[in-house]
Design a protein around this ligand. Structure first.
Ligand code: ARG
Length: 528
């Protein structure tokens, strides 16, 4: 504001200002245009400095030591994501939570935080009453071992139907759940078996997605603590009894009960939110997190805002470090068999479709394990489609669109990465320890270098709003630039020093692409 007066001849001011600015070794020329000032960066220096780390195999941390991150607080971040419910459907919302949470955890970790990855299973509630009551009738131990998720779901669906018209079943379910709540050993042991077998199966399937968790917690862990929360609220005078006999907390700004949150049913049992309060307090004690991030669809926004508010009212000021990252709904995620019920179905479908596309394409290479490649590429297609726009948006799922090789898809990212890997491999041993940055001054090279230079900004932006779209769009753009570079900067047939310099550029682009893909939760393939 001090250098530029708000009125006067703008052109004159531009020229005066331009003449006052001094060039140096980085900015080699400063000139005035019509109302703009042009800064010309020393291209040789740009190429040299930017590509330096890639010569010494230091490309993995490229951009991460940027000064931009100095202002970011680092500490322990707990990210809770995926969180499916035992014996129930794993729906598209759980899939979104899984990949978004994984991205956030990867990003936080890359930026130097200690990250705890947590899965909070829906492992408590009336569905276990029904399951427990129905297992004797409809369950089969063999099937449970063979395909636990499917079998528990089947039993659950059947016993649910039965309970609709059969009072005895309903009563049996209530009895079983009460036994569970009272920790009766037989009921608990059956429940435990269901839970263990489910976790084991999930672990396995998440691995196919490239996702893992440090902790499999769940609602069941906080049963007793939830009662303790109720007692605390009572003693602080925060729990009121409603006309219906339920226990509620008044969250209205004027204290007139115009907005309340129910924490206790009239029969004295706790609810989803009561367990969440207990879980949050327990996690704070156990993990001393600096921030905690919950990832679920936007239908739970109200739930989390109530949760944070109640924690604050209980005196837990750390609640300010809790955040809910919400996302929109996905319509039409179907497989050949029909609606998606299990995570495995989505993965199988992505793999099968990608395998088919690969067999149709004449650029497909001979692969050791085509299924594995198809799965990785299929999953990246899912992820990119999901991450391209703002997380809050709803979208329609379409297999054909997401699996296109051209256009802005995960397949395109993988294809570009594989092509770069094959270029490196063909020229192995050619890369020089020192290279000549002055051989990279064409526009095509410079645009790539300038783009790579912005990698830290993009990570910074993603860290601010926890939206993956910045990184996805950065990588897609990078792939388009690399495609031009393959045409315009050939390695084969160029003089050795030119070839070496270009290889260095391609190797830098390849590292950044791979690093970015990994943060998104995509496992780059070297060949496809
Ligand atoms: N199991 C829940 C569901 O499927 C999601 C849990 C989200 N996390 C939480 N702490 N409430 O809707």
């Amino acid at each position: 504001m001090e250098i530029l007066p708000s009125s006067g001849d703008i052109q004159l001011q531009t020229e005066t200002l331009a003449s006052q600015l001094k060039q140096d070794s980085v900015v080699e020329d400063i000139s005035a245009g019509r109302g703009v000032i042009n800064f010309k960066v020393n291209r040789r220096l740009l190429a040299e400095k930017l590509l330096e780390p890639f010569g010494k195999g230091g490309g993995d941390t490229f951009g991460l030591d940027s000064e931009l991150f100095n202002s970011l607080k680092r500490g322990t971040t707990l990210v809770e994501y995926s969180s499916p419910n035992i014996a129930k459907k794993f729906h598209a919302g759980h899939l979104r939570s899984t990949i978004i949470g994984n991205f956030i955890a990867n990003l936080k970790q890359s930026l130097g935080n200690d990250v705890i990855r947590m899965n909070y299973l829906g492992d408590w509630g009336m569905q276990f009453g029904l399951l427990g009551a129905g297992f004797g009738q409809f369950g089969c131990v063999e099937k449970l071992k063979e395909n636990p998720l499917q079998h528990l779901f089947e039993v659950y669906v059947r016993v649910n139907k039965e309970a609709e018209h059969n009072e005895d079943t309903k009563q049996a379910a209530r009895d079983f759940f009460r036994q569970l709540e009272q920790h009766e050993s037989q009921a608990v042991s059956l429940w435990q078996q269901f839970r263990e077998i489910t976790v084991k199966e999930y672990r396995h399937i998440y691995e196919r997605l490239g996702v893992h968790f440090d902790v499999y917690s769940g609602e069941s862990f906080h049963q007793d603590q939830a009662q303790e929360v109720v007692r605390q609220l009572q003693s602080r005078g925060l729990l009121k009894t409603s006309e219906k006999g339920t226990g509620v907390v008044d969250l209205s700004p004027d204290g007139d009960m115009s907005s309340v949150c129910t924490l206790l049913r009239s029969d004295g049992t706790t609810l989803y939110i009561t367990r969440d309060i207990a879980a949050a307090i327990d996690r704070k004690e156990k993990y001393c997190f600096d921030e905690m991030i919950y990832v679920t669809d936007k239908s739970q926004e109200h739930h989390f805002s109530q949760l944070f508010q109640i924690l604050l009212s209980m005196g837990h000021s750390w609640s300010d470090g809790c955040r809910h990252v919400s996302f929109g709904l996905v319509q039409g995620m179907k497989t050949r068999i029909g609606e998606v019920v299990f995570l495995e179905d989505v993965l199988d479908e992505a793999r099968a479709r990608m395998l088919h596309n690969m067999s149709q394409s004449n650029t497909t290479k001979k692969l050791e394990n085509p299924e594995d490649t198809a799965e990785k590429v299929g999953v990246s297609a899912l992820i990119v489609q999901d991450f391209k726009g703002p997380l809050q948006s709803d979208y329609k799922f379409d297999w054909d669109r997401i699996l296109q090789a051209q256009g802005d898809t995960g397949v395109f990212l993988q294809y570009t990465h594989a092509r770069l890997c094959s270029l490196m491999q063909r020229n192995e041993g050619m890369e020089a320890a020192t290279f000549h940055p002055s051989l990279l001054l064409e526009q095509t090279s410079i645009i790539i270098l300038q783009h790579l230079l912005r990698y830290d900004e993009v990570l910074y932006q993603s860290a601010q709003d926890l939206q993956p779209k910045h990184l996805v769009n950065f990588l897609l753009k990078l792939c388009h630039l690399i495609a031009s570079a393959h045409r315009e900067l050939p390695v084969k047939g160029s003089p050795q020093d030119v070839a070496q310099a270009r290889l260095r550029l391609f190797s830098g682009a390849c590292s950044v692409l791979a690093n970015g893909m990994r943060i998104l939760g995509i496992i780059p393939v070297n060949k496809m």
